[in-house]
Design a protein around this ligand. Structure first.
Ligand code: BGC
Length: 760
């Protein structure tokens, strides 16, 4: 009886919630119908315009070029303006001085935090901790919304298998399943369950689509791939974000099937709206429409009409819509219905954000003073950063270090504030970032002596160093001969107990338009590293990077490597936490580290080919391999060490036969055999042995990050259903095909236990 009552209450609740959603939608429709009746075509086109903001000077916004356009109803929103005062000033013009008083939407690239900066997304993904990732987005939303922002150009969910591509730093690595879970977590974090709350912001999923598959990893380059690859390996994270309710999508710069994404009806209408039921709005990337002139798609009028016809709603920066759509309408290249649809979607977003009720909802000076870069948020950022680091090597347990003796901290990244937050940290206050030197000093106090030297320039080539130090992240160049700089570091290290070498990439060596054809640590730093190793002292490399690097030599020669990506505003403290063992590293790679750039793209979920290399073999003639390098990565997907050590039991399956009505469970015992409490990411993979299309050798299907006390054993259970085995076949039907499967469970994609089952 009690159960029945609970069920009844549950259903009544669902019906009520549904009815209230419907009545909200109905209210919004009536409101927008009324508003749109009053709008001229020019005002509607104005809503589709997201111009570059220029330098908005508080107090003079009204006299600026932008101010004039806002008054004329020619601006739908602005982006990357920082501060409540500035945003309020321009919003005031829209609300008080434009004819219909329509508020603007305010966007920003809040990519991995606002002023409190979290690790770069690639680093965050290595936490495999969805709660932590969601929380980072929530804090970012809290801070951004306190400073006037209500729309973020994040999450970036582009799958990337090519570490030459600098923007691999901004995404979640190479795997579509993990990428999908992260996409959902980010959307939840930003948007919460009510967009109109003043501490949630609208997400913008980017870059739709397949931007990460640019040929040769060269940014903005051509993308071309089969539909089965697209649907199975690249589209899932975008779809997951849409299913999670993301309010907007950003089109990518690249072409797909010979058509720039910005003009792709297939992507923007067929996939996004018809197949996935997306109801939000689509914005171009920066001048994405204008760039189609260089793609060779026509003049500005032509490409603008192509974009609108494809299903683009908002034009970022280029003003192609603003300047040509009226003319195209007269000439029959676009229709009023298309302009209406785009305008309505943008107004709907503003409505959902609560801007029509209260245009200054996100402009609260008090919140701006008290909710940004708080001690509490910084504490969380520090803990999350520590989880993102990946311990790549730790011979003889060099790590954790003791908080005593003398530590020589050497390297161009040892004491550099601006390079800690990483790429795309628009709102970061570099002067407040914690460097590694600061982190070590704070952690040791007067218990240890820390001696410091730069040891080398970031790179021997001054011009390269300039390109790698843009946006206020310049390196002060040491003009002495390289050997003199190294000698100084070696001398300083002579009396040390341990050398911590802070090496790798600068923040701007990855990110947008920072592709590299050489993915090794720059030679100047390698020379330094060799000299440090020659001292015979224990050397720990703290590796800063925004991409997987080719670390074959380092893996063979350096006893300990801790990969710290770019850890955000609290990076230095978090690194110290891990180096000294106050935090036990638990990050696992989400992108494969190759031996050299020639192996790229190298990813764990590849196909078998008709001529696979024999198990354990290095080279076989007429097999799919190279004559000069094995097929192995240096560090595989899912890999990462801990100060603890874990062993896995064999897998126990509840049944070796799975069918549509009955799931199976796979159980495994994981034991922490060490004396240190730790965390382990237990990973589940499957392999479909026979398919109507070829299937990957492994596919991630689940993971569970568990905490194990020293000596503790935990049982981890995964449920496998027929849905987990589905894929898009050559007709692009999402199906599971009966047959034999393998299942693998382990602490990375290479070292796994194995079992078999059948799908009936
Ligand atoms: C990037 C986007 C970004 C936009 C706005 C573009 O160059 O590709 O990711 O959101 O600029 O800043």
């Amino acid at each position: 009886m009690k159960r029945l009552a609970t069920i009844v209450v549950f259903f009544v609740l669902i019906i009520c919630l549904d009815a209230s959603a419907q009545s909200n939608d109905a209210k919004m429709k009536i409101f927008l119908d009324n508003l749109m009746k009053k709008m001229t075509i020019d005002e509607k086109i104005g809503q589709l315009n997201l111009p570059g903001s220029g330098d908005i000077v508080t107090g003079q916004a009204g006299n600026s070029d932008i101010g004039k356009k806002i008054k004329e109803g020619k601006v739908g929103g602005l982006f990357n303006i920082k501060s409540v005062a500035k945003i309020k000033a321009v919003q005031k013009i829209a609300v008080e001085e434009s004819r219909l008083h329509i508020p603007m939407i305010f966007g920003m690239d809040v990519i991995h935090g606002y002023e409190t900066v979290f690790p770069i997304p690639l680093g965050l993904s290595c936490t495999w901790d969805m709660k932590a990732i969601e929380r980072s987005a929530q804090i970012a939303a809290q801070e951004a919304s306190a400073d006037g922002i209500n729309w973020t150009f994040s999450p970036m969910v582009d799958i990337a298998r090519d570490p030459r591509w600098g923007r691999i730093a901004e995404g979640n690595g190479e795997d579509a399943y993990l990428g999908s879970r992260i996409a959902e977590a980010m959307v939840r974090g930003y948007q919460g369950n009510d967009l109109s709350k003043n501490n949630t912001i609208m997400a913008c999923v980017k870059h739709f689509a397949m931007y990460g598959a640019a040929e040769a990893g060269r940014d903005y380059n051509t993308t071309d791939m089969s539909r089965v690859r697209m649907y199975n390996e690249y589209l899932p994270p975008y779809k997951a974000a849409v299913d999670a309710g993301a309010g907007s999508i950003m089109a990518s710069f690249n072409e797909v099937d010979g058509i720039p994404a910005t003009a792709s009806k297939f992507l923007m209408t067929d996939v996004l709206r018809k197949q996935w039921g997306f109801k939000g709005f689509v914005v171009t990337d920066y001048t994405g429409i204008n760039e189609m002139i260089d793609h060779g798609m026509g003049d500005l009028q032509q490409v603008s009409s192509l974009a609108l016809n494809a299903g683009i709603d908002m034009d970022m920066v280029g003003e192609g819509f603003l300047t040509t759509l009226q003319k195209s309408l007269k000439e029959g290249m676009v229709t009023v219905a298309q302009i209406n649809a785009a305008c309505r979607r943008i107004l709907e977003a503003k409505y959902k954000l609560g801007l029509f009720d209260e245009p200054y909802r996100y402009c609260n000076e008090e919140r701006a003073k008290t909710e940004i870069f708080t001690d509490a948020s910084r504490k969380e950022a520090r803990a999350i950063a520590a989880q993102s680091f990946v311990l790549l090597k730790n011979n003889n347990n060099i790590l954790p270090l003791k908080k005593s003796g003398t530590i020589a901290l050497i390297g161009p990244l040892a004491d550099n504030k601006a390079n800690m937050p990483g790429t795309w940290a628009v709102a970061a206050k570099f002067d407040k970032a914690v460097t590694l030197l600061q982190g070590l000093k704070d952690a040791t106090g007067d218990k240890a002596t820390i001696v410091v030297a730069k040891g080398s320039n970031l790179d021997a080539d001054e011009r390269f160093e300039k390109r790698a130090g843009m946006f206020g992240k310049e390196f002060i160049r040491d003009m002495r001969p390289a050997q003199e700089i190294i000698d100084e570091a070696v001398n300083i290290s002579k009396n040390a107990d341990v050398i911590v070498a802070a090496l790798g990439e600068s923040a701007e060596m990855s990110g947008e338009c920072s592709s590299r054809s050489n993915i090794e640590i720059p030679q100047s730093q390698k020379d330094l590293l060799m000299a440090l190793l020659k001292t015979g002292k224990p050397v720990v490399v703290v590796l800063f990077t925004g991409r997987p690097l080719a670390l074959k030599w380092e893996n063979e020669n350096v006893p300990a490597i801790l990969n710290v990506w770019f850890g955000g505003s609290e990076a230095g403290s978090a690194i110290a936490d891990v180096l000294f063992g106050d935090e036990n590293p638990s990050g696992k790679l989400t992108a494969t580290f190759p031996q050299n750039v020639g192996q790229v793209p190298l990813y764990y979920n590849h196909k078998n080919t008709g001529r696979p290399l024999g198990e354990g073999k290095w080279f076989e003639k007429f097999k799919s391999n190279f004559i000069d390098v094995s097929n192995d990565p240096v560090y595989p997907f899912g890999y990462g060490l801990s100060y603890s050590s874990f062993i896995y039991s064999d897998i126990k399956l509840s049944n070796t036969v799975l069918n549509a009505s009955k799931n199976i469970t796979a159980t495994i015992q994981v034991t922490n055999t060490s004396k240190i409490d730790g965390k382990e990411v237990v990973q589940l993979y499957t392999r479909d042995l026979v398919g109507s299309i070829t299937r990957p050798v492994k596919e991630l299907k689940g993971f569970n990050k568990i905490e194990l006390k020293a000596g503790e054993t935990k049982t981890v259970t995964f449920t496998i259903s027929v849905n987990d085995l589905k894929f898009y076949n050559s007709d692009l039907k999402f199906v599971a095909e009966p047959g034999d499967f393998k299942i693998f469970i382990g602490g990375n994609s290479r070292d796994v236990k194995e079992a078999a089952f059948k799908l009936l």
